[in-house]
Design a binder for this molecule. Sequence first.
Ligand SMILES: [Zn+2]
Length: 342
Amino acid sequence: MRAVQLTKHGAPGTFKVGEIDKPRLAPDEVLVQVKACGVNRLELWAEEGGLPVPIQLPRTLGGEIAGVIAELGADVDDWRRGERVAVQSNLFCGFCEYCLKAEESVCLNGKLLGIDRDGGFAEYVAVPARSLVRIPAEVDFVASAALTLAGSTAMHMLTNRAEVRSSEWVLVMAGASGVGTYAIQIAKQLGAQVIATGSTEAKRNFAKTMGADAVVDSNDAHWPSVVRELTQKRGVDLIVEHVGGDVFEKCFQCLGRGGTIVTCGATAGKKVEMNLWPFFVKQQRIIGSYGRNRSDVEVIMEWAAYGKVKPVVHSTFPLERLADGFTELRSRKVLGKVVITI
Ligand SMILES: [Zn+2]
């Protein structure tokens, strides 16, 4: 089968386009013929060798998979060949105490598809049947690949880890990013008033087309004051954060009393300083959010089928041009998702 393997780390890394053997199936796995696979920042870190866990090379990256079931493992009896499926890329064991509570995002034996084992930048990928989610008829493969990871991450943050009540103020950091575009749409569907940040006019305008009521320039050092003004000095109720570093620290300047920061990323810095005094006096919360549960993938697919969220595709590349897709995402000029088609 055709596959693109990362053979050497770097920015850009070295990729080999070629033929490799089809994966062999364990009894609880299915073989998915990949039709589309989204590119994510996680894969850029993997390409650069910047993840905290070492990756065995060569590796086929790619976790945001949409495709068709081609073969069933010996023990799989609840799926059929030809079914259109997305994959919950936080692979989970299904038997630990967290999996038994459907909290697969914190599975004790979790593995990342496309990082810890070969992923979807190939014609076929083997995945455990328990990680499959049906793609509704209304959602095409590219749309599914644009939703599965970024959309479900935002769904997990806004509806599972935190909550949004009607007419609350929600601030979405980096509103034109993958997670940002879906966080804006989900928060608006839940009745919130949404402010989004963006570093360029193009990104701010894009956040508005996603439904943001107001946008602020994240390059303006005083952006938290602008947010406070927009909320008549009250501050926001919820901040959807995935940047980290200095951005995370500044979030407290525009977080209202009783407000929550939900965070799923630390691209700009893992270590932060915070002032505990105003934090407890204002009874604020910080909530961590990691990946998604399988149910978050199901819900984002349902919402897409009902037209409640729009998949946001910036560009598509054929499998052979995977490296160009990575370069495009790294350029930081992307509005929405980069998707590889196979
Ligand atoms: Zn588990």
